[in-house]
Design a protein around this ligand. Structure first.
Ligand code: F6R
Length: 607
């Protein structure tokens, strides 16, 4: 959740550290800081709020120094104040930390009992003091770190510098990602390859429990038993260019508009249009042996899992369970032989999803991952990587990753169905034809942007909003509500349309807009009946449907949004567009921070 960069170089580092932080701002933006060694002492600049505030601090008081560490924070322990901003420091060490030190309370009590004064409310500061104590007792930083790491419980990535040892920085990883970057006469640490992209393309990923002593001309990596180890140096491939918004006002808007292109790009690697077949990358196991499926993910990605359940059960006739990752491993799930465990994740670093993946691997479950960041921890650990080709997603609210994940999920469902002998060649060809139509249909959906913008004020004034859908459009209703909540701060809930009269209908009055997702198809009439029940009680309906649907059921709606007529299979992809645009325009109308909404971060690397 927090982002880390470290440089040990020969030229001043603070500008380049700041540039690295810009690439990591998606991980958290409630405070940031940089520490360097200046004249044998630690010097720091820290600022509450977004990186622009740190930039201002650095302008007021530039930070020299050729060795430095930097951090962008998403607060877990301690409010987002300047005092809680990293780096945390003593006279002997400065540290930046991503993750949670779960046993920080007893460690803090122990340190305070020994007379040490901690100045922040963070869990991270205990690490600085423990390492500092060991150095004060005469240990070299290398020995101090080796002694302290086993005392830390929880998930962390840490970078440290030592004013009396200006020729090294040390990084450590357990449960949160950290990479070493290799330069010419200078070396680096970073949360991911992207953070280091403008510094070097030569990187090594630390394994769980690894820690690294990074000097200007050498790097020594140790495993959790302190044995020296080699980790392969690979070409990162991460683009050095900072992604920009182009002509768009926000990254989210740009990413919504990129969907026809990135969905086409993603589908291209899974469809063989001439043969009218779907193809997956080579795999080391046989899909025919799969007897059941468990899909695990968080947030928007978990709604892809729910839609996947409808598709896999319908096409492949395999039982599917879907769990939010934070619940999965703590309920000790029954994982029977023949299970395919699928994780879905844009970042590939979400802590709960990664832990669920590891839980499944430990239980000998075959795993697949629908993942957007190919260098991420999950991408490296799944048995079968099913990449999405959405490109970097910068807006905190996930948009293009969602539709790309759905595209891959559809391809996987079809492959499973074929492998299980449940799908004829003719049916597969028909599905392929519908999937090929998806990018054009997404374009048609985008053409209704102006109408959606024009009606957004009906929703912007509301305190509560309900979304309804049936079948695969039910998870989309959940997604619509999530999008609206996270960027416009309006309370919203998604319901399966048939559930309305089992409780939520009590919420209906003429101040609660009801957004109904009802593409023409087998479930249309049922959804419309539920909509009518709500309208009879004063609901202000916004109906999202195609021309036929609007003609037959739109007369009493306060607004209608017309979508192209599409096959029910691709409806969740196409109907994602109005749901995203509606949330976007409502947020713009309310003047919220669309790309960096309050309290959120793009990549959730803590539990
Ligand atoms: C919502 C959103 C989140 C993420 C969730 C999982 O717009 O972005 O709900 O979908 O945090 O993140 P990934 O996909 O990176 O595992």
């Amino acid at each position: 959740m927090c982002g880390i960069v470290g440089i040990i170089g020969t030229d001043p580092v603070s500008d380049r550290l700041f540039e690295g932080l810009k690439r990591l701002e998606y991980r958290g933006y409630d405070s940031a800081g940089i520490a360097t060694i200046v004249d044998g002492r630690i010097d720091r600049r820290r600022a509450k709020g977004k990186l622009a505030n740190l930039a201002e601090r650095l302008r007021e008081e530039p930070l020299p120094g050729t060795v430095g560490i930097a951090h962008t924070r998403w607060a877990t322990h301690g409010a987002p104040t300047t005092g809680n901003a990293h780096p945390h420091a003593t006279d002997e060490v400065a540290i930046v930390h991503n993750g949670i030190i779960e046993n920080f309370r007893p460690l803090r009590q122990e340190l305070e009992a020994r007379g040490r004064t901690l100045t922040s409310e963070t869990d991270s500061e205990v690490v600085a003091h423990l390492v500092s104590e060991a150095i004060e007792a005469g240990k070299h930083p290398r020995e101090a770190v080796a002694a302290v790491l086993p005392r830390l419980h929880g998930a962390f990535a840490i970078a440290m510098l030592f004013p009396r040892y200006p020729d090294l920085i040390i990084g450590a990883r357990q449960g949160a990602p950290l990479t070493v970057g290799y330069g010419e006469g200078e070396n680096f640490l970073g949360s991911d390859a992207h953070a280091l992209a403008s510094l070097t393309q030569r990187i090594a990923y630390l394994d769980e429990g690894d820690w690294a002593v990074v000097e200007r001309d050498s790097v020594q990596i140790y495993d959790r038993d302190n044995a020296p180890v080699e980790r392969p140096i690979v070409h990162s491939g991460a683009s050095a260019a900072l992604v920009d918004k182009g002509n768009h006002r926000h990254f989210m808007q740009k990413e919504i508009y990129e969907q026809p292109m990135v969905v086409a790009q993603t589908l291209k690697s899974y469809l063989r249009p001439l043969e009218e077949q779907v193809a997956l990358p080579d795999m080391a196991f046989d899909l025919a042996g799969i007897e059941r499926v468990a899909i695990i993910a968080c947030g928007t990605a978990s709604y892809v899992g729910m839609i996947g359940k409808y598709w896999i059960e319908q096409f492949a006739r395999l039982p599917v369970e879907v769990d939010v990752a934070s619940e999965f491993r703590y309920r000790d799930p029954v994982l029977l032989p023949g299970t395919l465990g699928i994780v879905v994740s844009q970042s590939g670093e979400t802590a709960d999803t990664l832990a669920a993946l590891r839980h499944m691997k430990q239980a000998n479950v075959t795993t697949a991952g629908i993942i957007n960041v190919p260098t991420s921890s999950m991408a490296r650990e799944v048995d079968l990587l099913l990449p999405t080709h959405a490109g970097p997603e910068i807006g905190v609210a996930s948009t293009k990753a969602f539709t790309c994940q759905l595209s891959v999920m559809a391809a996987l469902a079809v492959n499973l169905a074929r492998a299980k002998g449940r799908l004829s060649a003719a049916d597969e060809a028909e599905i392929v034809r519908h999937l090929i139509e998806a990018p054009a249909a997404l374009n048609e959906a985008l053409a209704h942007d102006a109408e959606i913008e024009a009606m957004a004020h009906t929703v912007a004034a509301a305190r509560d909003v309900l979304y309804l859908g049936r079948g695969p459009d039910y998870p989309l209703a959940l997604e619509g509500a999530l999008k609206l909540k996270e960027i416009s701060y309006i309370h919203a809930e998604g319901y399966a349309s048939g559930e309305m009269k089992h409780g939520p209908i009590a919420l209906i009055d003429d101040n609660v807009p009801l957004i109904v997702l009802a593409p023409s198809g087998p479930l249309f009439d049922k959804t419309v009946s539920n909509m009518k029940e709500a309208q009879a009680r004063g609901a202000q309906v916004v109906l999202i449907s195609d021309a036929d649907g609007i003609a037959s059921a739109g007369e009493d709606a306060v607004a209608t949004i017309e979508m192209p007529r599409v096959h029910p299979l691709i409806a969740p992809l196409v109907y994602a567009v109005p749901v995203q645009l509606l949330a976007y325009h409502v947020a713009v109308a309310k003047g919220t921070d669309v790309d960096q909404p309050r309290n959120l971060a793009k990549s959730v690397t803590v539990e």
